[in-house]
Ligand binder design. Structure first.
Ligand SMILES: Cc1cc2nc3c(=O)[nH]c(=O)nc-3n(C[C@H](O)[C@H](O)[C@H](O)COP(=O)(O)O)c2cc1C
Ligand code: SF4
Length: 658
């Protein structure tokens, strides 16, 4: 199917490669933007597409994306890895895929499926079926179930299932198919020495892959067919760049129309969904080595701005870009990439927090900065408020900023007050940490949104009841943060004990030669990592049995090993501090045993926050007062939960102000 050139944004700049159509196999993409395959856990439990998911994808198509690659789509029921994953495993999946294809075509976009089987990562607890793999090697990260080694006949039969699934997709009107040979799923398992210990014909790392390519091509002779590749597997004993290239060299590439460059495996998730610490376009150099195969290339991996996208396309690294998180955070990202430089389009940037991928096993995939997605419903706009509505939002952290924006969009006249000298609250501090550098993007965007929506921001101001009486607003949103959890221990004279925030607020920030971090939450992890990175000797003492239990695996995938492997960092978990003296702290261990540890420098507290009592905060105020963020939250104090809280509170408040 070819998309008419007239469907390309009218403001598109003719000179930009991003906007240029691309022929791929038998289809033409209207531009170079592809929504990367991204499991979202939005389907029905039987693998069928549904209205909520279709609407989500349509929104990205309407924003200008050329090709929507849906997600890793299981070709057989025992290859299903998520409860609500998309399936193409039987004919009952065809009508839903057909409806999706028709709807996306009507918006001028093409649609694709990524053919997949989970192999050893597909756990019985999810699929309800035994799991099978090249060899009986468990994937601990996926759940640890030891798979049964499939016979050679079973391998051949399973390869044929890829072909049958491909035929169903084609029957449903799917334009593009991609064979998932990456990320530690079944085909990659056959390729890898970690998971393939076979001595039969399938011991050859390319054998199963080639069988799948042959089956799919035979079943779908004219479809545009590509393959996703992990340019490195990740673990030391896995496939490196050279060995992967050598395998791909022997693949039946003559039957393919493109390669989609990605990286990583379950054991090296940081390569699949990269941390904010890694540079944008981190896989570009690897992609260049695939140019020799002469196939059009797609590139994924932190392509998070229109500029970097145009750059990799101009540099000839790839013909199209596969975008996952940037489009999840905001479909308008596509519009921004296609817009004329003279009329830039503002989009809500992904902050690379990786909450989305961390949530994948738990339910519908949400997004920290986009609180409307992953809620199991088609997003509903915040109700328009009646003319003359005014709202004061106290607190310019993520909850307050979000509430203010929603209410201003709904038509309210909004003023934000904050006692700090900058917007952002603790998120501004988090943006200074090593593993969350992109957090500043949310704050920059919020600042621009405040301006666009005419939100007044009064910094260095603490809201009082008198201020409220004088302003006489329609409502007040309090988002000034929770109460730091109090600690009560003997502290010797001269010993310094303060919260992490207090230390970070110090001007100038002088780094001690050593310090103690008392806490094991994400803030403790971040500050320990930040200080250790600057050569500070760090002692971490925390009550939890693991570091940052409230964070998902990917959110801490680099920081925790870095701390654990740093000889200048000591970590005492399931422990607490019973007393602080100059140069030492008394630590109580898991069994109640106590010992004094050398601990020069300050003790920085990260003990979390508790909700405050809302009714105590603005006595005498008659306007409705609602709380948002950690001030009222009982959920863990994460940015994601704060933004969700601000969003939900604003929607509920707006509904009362109509
Ligand atoms: C929640 C989530 C689910 C993903 N699911 C898939 C998938 O189904 N198939 C796949 O090949 N890659 C998947 N990926 C990887 C993305 O396609 C992409 O390669 C990766 O996120 C890096 O690109 P980005 O920086 O644009 O997010 C997923 C990523 C995320 C964040
Ligand atoms: S959850 Fe975080 S990483 Fe994922 S898309 Fe949203 S902002 Fe980006």
């Amino acid at each position: 199917m070819s998309v008419p050139a007239s469907m390309v944004s009218s403001t598109a700049s003719a000179t930009r490669i991003t906007n240029a159509p691309l022929s791929l196999g038998g289809v033409t993409l209207r531009n170079r933007l592809v929504s990367a395959p991204m499991e979202r856990n939005y389907c029905e439990p039987n693998g069928h597409m549904n209205d909520v998911y279709q609407e989500y994808l349509l929104e990205r198509a309407r924003a200008g994306v050329a090709l929507i690659m849906t997600e890793a789509t299981y070709v057989r029921a025992d290859g299903k890895g998520r409860t609500h994953q998309l399936g193409a495993h039987d004919d009952s999946c065809i009508p839903g895929l057909r409806r999706l294809a028709d709807a996306l075509h009507a918006e001028g976009a093409l649609v694709g499926c990524e053919l997949n089987h989970g192999g050893r990562t597909a756990q019985t607890a999810v699929s309800g079926l035994p799991n099978i793999a090249p060899s009986p090697v468990a994937c601990e990260v996926a759940g640890g179930q030891v798979p049964r080694e499939m016979t050679a006949d079973e391998a051949r039969e399973l390869a044929a299932e890829y072909g049958r699934a491909a035929a169903r997709c084609v029957e449903a009107g799917i334009d593009v198919l991609s064979i998932h040979a990456a990320h530690g799923y079944l085909i990659h398992q056959f390729m890898s020495p970690i998971s393939n210990h076979r001595t039969d014909e399938f011991g050859d790392p390319v054998a199963f892959l080639n069988l799948v390519i042959d089956e799919v091509r035979a079943a779908a002779p004219t479809v545009t067919l590509g393959m996703r590749v992990s340019v490195v597997e990740g673990p030391d004993d896995g496939l490196d760049a050279e060995t992967t290239l050598a395998i791909i060299e022997r693949a039946h590439l003559n039957k393919l129309d493109f390669l989609d460059i990605s990286a990583g495996s379950y054991e090296a998730g940081e390569w699949i969904v990269q941390s904010g610490e890694w540079k944008p376009g981190v896989l570009a150099d690897y992609a260049l080595r695939y140019r020799k195969f002469g196939l059009p290339l797609g590139l994924a991996g932190r392509l998070n701005s229109p500029e970097i996208i145009e750059q990799v396309l101009t540099d000839g690294v790839a013909e199209f870009v596969s975008l996952a998180r940037a489009l999840h955070a905001d479909p308008l990202f596509a519009t921004a990439c296609l817009a004329d430089a003279a009329e830039p389009v503002r989009y809500r940037p992904c902050i690379a927090c990786n909450v989305c991928i961390d949530n994948l096993g738990d339910g519908p995939v949400g997004c920290t900065v986009n609180p409307a997605v992953g809620r199991g419903r088609v997003p509903v706009a915040t109700p328009t408020v009646r003319p003359g509505t005014s709202v004061i939002v106290a607190g310019a952290g993520p909850a307050g900023l979000t509430a203010a924006r929603e209410l201003a969009q709904a038509g309210a006249d909004v003023t934000i007050v904050d006692r700090g000298s900058r917007i952002g609250g603790n998120m501004e501090l988090a943006a200074q940490m090593k593993s969350t550098p992109d957090f500043h993007r949310f704050l920059d965007w919020s600042e621009e949104e405040n301006e666009r929506l005419g939100i007044r921001v009064e910094l260095g101001t603490t809201l009082t009841s008198e201020d409220v009486a004088e302003a006489d607003p329609s409502a007040v949103v309090l988002a000034t943060g929770g109460e730091p959890t109090p600690v009560s221990i003997p502290v010797a004279q001269g010993a310094e004990v303060m919260t992490v925030q207090q230390w970070l607020d110090r001007v100038p920030r002088v780094f001690p030669s050593a310090c103690t971090v008392w806490g094991s939450d994400a803030v403790a992890m971040q500050i320990a990592d930040y200080l250790a990175d600057r050569g500070v000797e760090v002692l971490v003492v925390g009550a939890d049995a693991q570091i940052a239990p409230e964070s998902g695996r990917r959110a801490k995938i680099l920081a925790v090993p870095r701390l654990e492997q740093n000889p200048h960092v000591r970590i005492r978990l399931s422990s607490t501090i019973a007393a602080v003296e100059l140069g030492r702290v008394l630590v109580t261990g898991p069994g109640g045993e106590q010992d004094w540890l050398d601990a020069a420098g300050p003790v920085l507290l990260s003990q979390g926050v508790q909700p405050r009592v809302l009714s105590h905060l603005l006595p005498g105020v008659t306007a409705p007062v609602v709380g948002a963020g950690t001030l009222v939250m009982t959920a863990p104090a994460t940015v994601r939960n704060s933004i969700l809280s601000g969003y939900d509170v604003a929607q509920e408040l707006a509904a009362t102000l109509r």
